[in-house]
Write a protein that binds this ligand. Structure first.
Ligand code: PLP
Length: 285
């Protein structure tokens, strides 16, 4: 079955789907995106993803290309046409097509909209959660507004590639103070020796993950103690547990950081319980 993409009003086979070379997404990374998990054809936490999309667009002064209800119809239609049972739907909105000039294009230039969807391998995702994953650390070198979900991801691309080349799943960015900001495509968490769950506050230095928001609720529901504060790489090395969260990976235990085992080197109880909680949440949301 060939995959189908939505491009500016049309549903097309992927091979026939294209954007103009003067699209500002292509020329300047002048656009935003969202990735939503799909289960049984349903979009998990769609409302929260659409809220963050509206925030990203507004911060960059890109117009919302259609109503949220129309956008929802498109997202579901792409999921349906690609027969996604468990996977992701990807949405990208750019400032549109215009003769190349750094400044904004003329008023009235229509934003471009692309939507794709695909299945993920549920069995291999669950295996990764059972085994745990490794992360490496890399210096933070991104711009100061990574709370905007911009398609401008070059530092994230290079960080992820560095992780792959070192046999790791993820790279954690570490700022000048030695503190972990987040992963190249996930939020970063630790559990301290005395059982406190720690993650960086959602300021401009991290993307406020939707999974992060849901996991914070699960932490409260479990009666665990949460500390939203920066933590150093050194503290992570000495932590009882570590884990990462994102819409496509849910909660993944981290068992080693820069080649050093976290805790006893096996997935932690808190991370595994929070993953179970997220599964429960996804069934009912
Ligand atoms: N941080 C970064 C840099 C990301 O790219 C992502 C997801 O792609 C996240 C955090 C997690 O966000 P979410 O839970 O909304 O997927």
């Amino acid at each position: 079955m060939s995959r189908i993409a939505y491009v500016n009003g049309r549903y097309l086979p992927l091979a026939a789907a294209s954007v103009n070379i003067e699209d500002r997404g292509y020329q300047f990374s002048d656009g935003v995106y969202e990735v939503c998990e799909v289960r049984g054809g349903r979009l998990i936490d769609e409302c929260l993803h659409m809220k963050r999309l509206a925030f990203s667009l507004s911060e960059l002064r890109i117009g919302m290309p259609m109503s949220l209800s129309a956008l929802s119809v498109v997202l579901h239609e792409v999921v349906r046409r690609n027969r996604v049972r468990w996977g992701i739907v990807y949405l990208q909105i750019t400032r549109g097509v215009s003769r190349r000039d750094h400044a904004f294009p003329p008023a009235g230039t229509a934003p471009s909209v692309v939507v794709t969807a695909r299945n993920l391998d549920l069995a291999s995702a669950e295996k990764m959660a059972t085994d745990g994953v490794s992360v490496i650390s890399v210096p933070e070198n991104r711009w100061a507004r990574v709370d905007i979900k911009s398609v401008s991801l070059l530092p994230n691309v290079l960080a992820k590639q560095a992780a792959r080349e070192q046999g790791a799943r993820e790279a954690w960015f570490v700022d000048r103070d030695g503190c972990v900001t987040e992963g190249s495509s996930s939020n970063a968490w630790i559990v301290t020796r005395d059982g406190k769950v720690v993650t960086r506050p959602a300021d401009h230095a991290i993307l406020k993950g939707i999974t992060r928001t849901v996991v914070i609720e699960a932490i409260a529901a479990q009666g665990l103690k949460l500390e939203e504060r920066a933590f150093t790489l050194e503290e992570a090395h000495g932590a009882r547990e570590a884990f990462i969260t994102s819409a496509s990976q849910i909660v993944l235990p981290v068992v080693s950081i820069d080649g050093r085992p976290v805790g006893n080197g096996a997935p932690g109880l808190v991370a595994s319980a929070l993953r179970r909680d997220f599964h429960r949440h996804a069934k009912t949301s």
